[in-house]
Design a protein around this ligand. Structure first.
Ligand SMILES: Cc1cc2nc3c(=O)[nH]c(=O)nc-3n(C[C@H](O)[C@H](O)[C@H](O)COP(=O)(O)OP(=O)(O)OC[C@H]3O[C@@H](n4cnc5c(N)ncnc54)[C@H](O)[C@@H]3O)c2cc1C
Length: 500
């Protein structure tokens, strides 16, 4: 660390810390024993899971876990942490897949799940205000019961919090119609690293300088703790209609998706599967014999609008040689849309991971081909499949699954690392973005400098100005690691599991 970089004060002794935080949240909301802290040593980063299978940690145990019940308690925690030089990690539900919530130094984890209430539903202004720790599925269910939805429906809705959605700049399955989380958040409250509480009042728009809201959205806990969010509210669609299509080629399906978005149509859901994933979903379906590529679209809204939108889209699909097929793949997707399948693979000893990137339409076919070639060269036995969802006029998210068969960890981890290297490097070489909606956490730290095109120092300066002690989720988002911190990553050996 150079002398010009901000320094942290020496962290206080554990017992003194515990007493300070107990006075804020109460003894029952300070977890200090190993069993209590253990679930907070990881999120859903697959690399962390691989390490745990060998009884190792990818990072370290948090020193303590705090469970505040109000925004005032969050503020008091942050102020105390700042005074004592203690690093904090905001924790939603630990469903992040890039290691954003993994302790790497001597952090205290702040579990926000007791902030779990809807504050107000305001149908007149089409807004809902919710505490940041509310579970996504519980939030959506309460809104649905009143005839509304936010339209943010990530696959992880049952295992994530609203604050986590905002912090990771997430995207849901209905994003082509309703947008991503940054399009939905109209206001928020947060506690900055110096303990200041800010309130970005919910209004349709403002022209008052750079958007402070957008500095917090996607900050992955490095610039403050989000305590409350106001989101757009939509009436539940009158009709939802799924369409299953068989396309002759991946290129035809991608071109059709591009034309749909550029024709200003806004399907609720659009999913195009590569040859591998199409095969898995269409076995014994006659339509796919000569047209092997599967696409599932959902059109939703008011009846006349849905009918028109669907008709216009079908004309586009037809012009690329697609035919409509049986509903089974749509029904299967609907039934399983919130199910996580990765756990079963990990449990069976496989090395399963997913990587989502963004590519422009003109780059996608060549980029995808290059990626498939690269990962198969690294390990011919790899399962490599992809689908394109989250479609835009400019391009799409390419969501890939890489799965190595059971083998020695010593052999698998370097292969896994090489595959990440190949995919992220090829993304950058083809002009794409290294992350579409999972965020950066720690696992993408190695690529963030190239991703940001010269702006990483600017991000670091914002961090240093707001958090001179580097106390708020340090070392994430490609920002400076504290001295002596564990470098979590595929190219680094995992640390043996030990008490901190
Ligand atoms: C099976 C599966 C499917 C997934 N599908 C999707 C998907 O469809 N779309 C999608 O976008 N993501 C998806 N994800 C990724 C993950 O669920 C999201 O990133 C989610 O938004 C994380 O929420 P969380 O509450 O679990 O946050 P955590 O994992 O607890 O935290 C994630 C990061 O946000 C920070 N953070 C959490 N809460 C706050 C807060 N209140 N204030 C400040 N910082 C905070 C943490 O410090 C950490 O850096 C999926 C993950 C899994 C395992």
């Amino acid at each position: 660390m150079s002398s010009s970089q901000p320094q942290s004060p020496a962290p206080a002794a554990l017992s003194a810390l515990q007493a300070e935080f107990t006075s804020i949240v109460g003894a029952e909301n300070v977890l200090s024993d190993e069993a209590g802290r253990r679930p907070y040593a990881h999120d859903r980063l697959p690399f962390a899971n691989f390490c745990e299978r060998q009884d190792k940690l990818a990072g370290v145990l948090p020193r303590l876990v705090l469970r505040p019940g109000t925004a005032d308690e969050v503020q008091a925690i942050v102020k105390t942490a700042r005074r004592l030089g203690v690093q904090l990690i905001p924790f939603g539900n630990g469903s992040g897949v890039l290691g954003g919530a993994i302790p790497v130094s001597a952090e205290v984890t702040v579990d926000l799940r007791r902030l779990d209430q809807i504050v107000s539903v305001d149908p007149g202004n089409a807004m809902v205000t919710v505490q940041a720790g509310m579970n996504g599925a519980a939030f959506e269910a309460e809104l649905n019961a009143q005839g509304y939805s936010t339209g943010h429906l990530p696959q992880s809705i049952e295992i994530s919090t609203v604050g986590g959605w905002a912090a990771c700049r997430g995207g849901g399955q209905a994003s082509s119609r309703y947008g991503k989380i940054e399009d939905m958040i109209v206001g928020l409250k947060a506690v900055l690293p110096d303990g200041t509480a800010i309130n970005i009042r919910p209004v349709a728009r403002r022209a008052t300088g750079p958007s402070i809201r957008d500095i917090l959205v996607g900050s992955e806990g490095t610039l403050g703790i989000i305590t409350e969010i106001t989101m757009r509210l939509w009436k539940l669609p009158e009709v939802e209609r799924g369409v299953v299509l068989a396309f002759p080629t991946e290129a035809a399906a991608l071109d059709a998706a591009r034309d749909v978005m550029q024709a200003e149509l806004r399907p609720l859901v659009a999913r195009i599967y590569d040859a591998q994933e199409s095969r898995e979903r269409t076995e014994n379906m006659p339509e796919f014999q000569s047209r092997p590529i599967l696409a599932v679209y959902v059109f939703a809204g008011r009846e006349p609008m849905v009918t028109t939108e669907q008709q216009m889209a079908m004309e586009i699909f037809g012009s690329y040689g697609a035919v409509e097929a049986g509903q089974e793949p749509y029904e299967h997707w609907r039934k399983n849309r919130y199910v996580a399948f990765s756990a079963q693979w990990q449990k069976a000893g496989y090395f399963n991971d997913t990587i989502e990137i963004t590519g422009n339409w003109s780059a996608l076919p060549a980029m995808f081909e290059a990626m498939g070639k690269a990962v198969r060269e690294i390990c011919p036995e790899v399962h490599f499949g992809a689908h394109w969802s989250h479609i835009y006029p400019e391009g799409a998210c390419q969501y890939m699954t890489i799965r190595l068969p059971p083998m020695d960890h010593e052999k698998a981890l370097p292969l896994h690392a090489q595959m990440w290297q190949a995919i992220e490097n090829l993304t950058l070489e083809h002009g794409g973005s290294i992350a579409h909606h999972h965020g950066v956490g720690v696992f993408r730290n190695g690529w963030i400098e190239r991703e940001l095109g010269g702006a990483l120092p600017m991000l670091q300066q914002i961090k240093d100005a707001l958090d001179p002690g580097n106390l708020m989720n340090p070392g994430k988002l490609g920002l400076r690691l504290p001295e002596g911190a564990v470098v979590v990553g595929q190219l680094n050996p995992a640390t043996p599991r030990q008490e901190s």
